[in-house]
Design a protein around this ligand. Sequence first.
Ligand SMILES: Cc1ncc(COP(=O)(O)O)c(C=O)c1O
Length: 448
Amino acid sequence: MAETTSEVDRYIRSTPKSKALWEDAKNYLPGGDSRNSIFWSPYPIFVDHASGCHVVDSDGVDRLDFVGTMTTLVLGHSPKAVVDAVQEQLKQGVVYNAPNVHQIRLAKLLCERIPSFDLVRFTNSGTEATLNTIRAARAVTGRSKIAKVEGGYHGSHDQVSVSVRVNPAKAGERSRPDAMPATEGLSEGTLDQVVVMPFNETAVARKILEEHKDELAAVIIEPMLGSVGMLPATPEYLSMLREFTRDNGIILIFDEVISYRASWGGAQEYYGITPDMTSLGKIIGGGFSIGAFGGSKDIMDLYDPTAAGGPRVAHAGTFNANPVTMLAGAATLEQLTPEVYRKLAEMTEYLRAGILKVGADLETPVQVTGLGSLFGLHFTGIELVGYRDIATEDAAFRHQVFLGLLNEGIMMAANLVGAVSTEIGEAEIDEFTAALRRVLERALTPSG
Ligand SMILES: Cc1ncc(COP(=O)(O)O)c(C=O)c1O
């Protein structure tokens, strides 16, 4: 623990203004913030400004941003194309009580790129997007239950707040995980509505699905477990889900809120497996609040207000498809050409190789997971199959590395997942790997 203390001490010494802001914030906001996922111990930095791949905190500490707001900012902070488009729009009004042309532009870009999209609807968050995919699946099938994988994160509504970051010791057998609440306050019966299966264990998951096939409206899955550690699904696992759901009249939902960043058409294009519905968020809003969900025309027609008798599924939202977000999203996607995706993947490969070399040089186990420009750091030698493997990692060591990287001028998510933006090149990646080397050297040396 002595080493942990020294990274904490370094951190506290360099961030007194953030600490003071956090103390003040706690007077008005529980725990000093409005987003638990960006709290870390002893307190988070407060950001003063950001530009490109740099984030500067209230103490003036400049860090390289290797997470981009939980993978959202694929073009870095304030890219010119987005800022110019939004500034122009602000002069024309921020939000209207009627549709605007920009939603057509973003919808078209998404429908052209995403294999499962005939039609799309916009929301303000990924949470609303997954909620709507599940509701649509229930409307289509007339069934109620859903299946999800242990460790899968799909936002914060009740139905998916089940078996996210469970304590394996309390969550049943690995091959038969219990449905565990991810929060207090879930409505009664929520857990009974969710069938939980292990990630990437094809035969075991198939057996569980088989037992519940007549009750399931949907199977929802991140093709790559994102916030839990950027762990890609195996093609066999996703193929089994595709085949099983098709054979049994169950809607297959890919939650691509994070994994859409992996390639031009998302992880579904990368794997060549097309789900019935897809939820999106993060990068498609160019940094503004967004979510989207879509699928085949026959499913999405549930939302059609011109249908006889009105839409079968209700969907509203004051800020849905507002022009500022639509423009920012379209301006972002238009920058993301196949060539840009290729370059992002190449840079991230360079980063992965650099990280692995640090581990090899220091003779310590390091693994880098991820797809495309998304990556996750793991300090274990065991094979990472699913959530339970990730849960074996030493949390205190990981936190030490996270704080150490902050101390060395590198920002990742607190759970050591990250993303490479177009603003990051070899020079920044070399800084990352040099910083990681220093952090690990300190962590692995008893005198730290
Ligand atoms: C895979 C996945 N689905 C859904 C969500 C929820 O999105 P939002 O935070 O926009 O509600 C997230 C957020 O991190 C996510 O990673």
